[in-house]
Ligand binder design. Sequence first.
Ligand SMILES: [Zn+2]
Length: 377
Amino acid sequence: MGDHFAFVYSSRFADYSFGDDHPFKVQRYQLTYELIRQLGLLASDTIKIIEAPLVDEEALLSFHRADYLKTLKEFSRETTPRANFFFNLGDVENPVFPGLYDWARLGCGGTVEAARQVVRDGCRVAFNMAGGYHHAHAARASGFSYLNDAVIAINDMVGQGLRVAYVDIDAHHGDGVQEAFYHTDRVLTISLHESGEDFFPHTGFPWEMGEGKGFGYSVNIPFRAHSDDLIFEQAFRRIVLPLLDCYAPDVLVTQLGVDSLRTDPLTRLEMTTGSIELAARSFLGTGIPWVAIGGGGYDKFNVCRGWALAWAIMTGKTVGDDLPAEFRKIIRDMGMKGERLRDMPHLALPDDFSRAEQTLGKVLRTLESRLFPLFGL
Ligand SMILES: [Zn+2]
């Protein structure tokens, strides 16, 4: 039997709302599903479409604190908005809306199910686009993240004796995931992101390398604003791929946030869909069983293109550059423009590029001198 693949999805991913003025639009999930379907990327004997289940409440306790979960659940049931400063719930960034708890459990259940598809059912790749809420802490919502699906799924795999590598290409540092595994060598976390110097969540510096047994197993590659595909590729080839090769995990979990694209409204990186494809191709090329999850992305058109391209690569399909006519109509009706699946090539301005390259050079030298010897590199 050849490779098979799992696409974990629920139409309920898009059933809720953070509010009209909030940058996080859950409709992006439905739009991505539509594009993937219309491109013919779900129609194959080798692809299973799996309905995302709600995650077991018990499983959430492997990371989240019971009092935080209780409050999240309570607030989600009420029709008048509630807030709790300590749990960071109910502010403009992390609003509480009716059904929030179940919506978050659905995304988290999707990632746990994707991991199950890979570990238990032997899928080559499983993808849950409604995951990657990497900012959620044990008892604090943050950055539109309430339940940390990656941590819950990885805890489950580590509990089965597996070693896991987590690579996060979202424009923001994967702080919640790093925090969860900062003291262990059973999980290698690597995050590539816009520098936290003046950018949310203000962490993810190269000197954050883990502690105790975990020293060397937290890896951070911060990019200067305006870094482009060339910078991303250098970092990916010089750090990410050699470390994955050396660590040789049983399972690879990747957070595929697409807010690093240059037209994302919340970030200042200048990558294109070319970087998403490069990352996806490289992940597949490692041959490691692969659990792929979504992440940030605040331009709906970017999100659906980035994840459709990634899914095509995961399943070994080639796609052309034209958007299906039916899809072009959908996005036109939503007031968006666009004809093509891929971005045109883009380079940062020369001054921006040389500053970005200098910054990356320093990061690479730090990691290669302090981290690589630990891996025998
Ligand atoms: Zn992000």
